[in-house]
Design a protein around this ligand. Structure first.
Ligand SMILES: O=P(O)(O)OC[C@H]1O[C@H](OP(=O)(O)OP(=O)(O)O)[C@H](O)[C@@H]1O
Ligand SMILES: Nc1nc2[nH]cnc2c(=O)[nH]1
Length: 179
């Protein structure tokens, strides 16, 4: 794995695709066990979560459905603090067991707003699966129920995570190089 550069910023290799896939298989086994006999609705938060959602969804061994919502709050490497709904939900969520699929929980702003909104829609249960979690960056009292990797408060890209729309197609995860 070599360094990569986007918009003049250099990123170094951080988590290999094979390590990511191994962890996704473990989370899928946990979900398969926890939701046995239920028919959960996976709710993928676009755009960043799409590779994680695709791999996780195909690895669970129970009947399940998937749907999508698109939220946006980051510009460059920082949050605007405002979560914009770019594409909303069409399903009736009343009585559903929802598993929100996120690529990352950073400040927790996105997940806090989304989970509150889903609970207000009469869901039976709401849990969050996030590939990445930055516990030291949290601004709210939230925590994923299923976490791929807990990482320090550094900006990362790859496996769905972008820098201004680029780098989502990298198979591995990279971290911003320290100067
Ligand atoms: O915990 P937070 O500080 O709220 O950050 C997490 C959110 O940031 C990213 O979305 P982004 O706004 O970058 O949109 P994208 O998925 O389209 O890249 C990511 O997909 C999460 O939804
Ligand atoms: N690409 C990217 N998007 C994020 N959204 C919240 N945190 C991050 C991060 O570290 N990298």
């Amino acid at each position: 794995m070599d360094k990569v550069t986007y918009n003049g910023m250099t990123f170094v290799p951080y988590i290999k695709e094979s390590t990511i896939q191994g962890r996704i298989t473990e989370i899928a086994a946990q979900i398969t066990n926890d939701y046995s006999g239920l028919r959960p609705l996976f709710l993928c938060v676009l755009t960043g979560a799409f590779p994680f959602a695709a791999d996780l969804f195909r690895s669970v061994g129970i009947d399940a459905e998937i749907s999508f919502i698109r939220l946006k709050s980051y510009e460059g490497t920082s949050t605007t603090g405002k979560v914009k709904e770019v594409m909303g939900l069409t399903e009736n969520l009343e009585g559903r067991d929802v598993i929100v699929i996120e690529d990352i929980v950073d400040t927790g702003t996105t997940i806090k707003e989304l989970v509150e909104d889903l609970k207000a829609k009469g869901t039976a249960s709401v849990k969050v699966a996030s590939l990445l979690f930055k516990p030291e960056s949290l601004l709210h009292d939230v925590k994923p129920d299923y976490t791929g990797f807990s990482i320090p408060s550094k900006f990362i890209i790859g496996f769905g995570l972008d820098l201004d729309g680029l780098a989502r197609n990298l198979r591995d995860i990279y971290v911003l190089e320290e100067k």
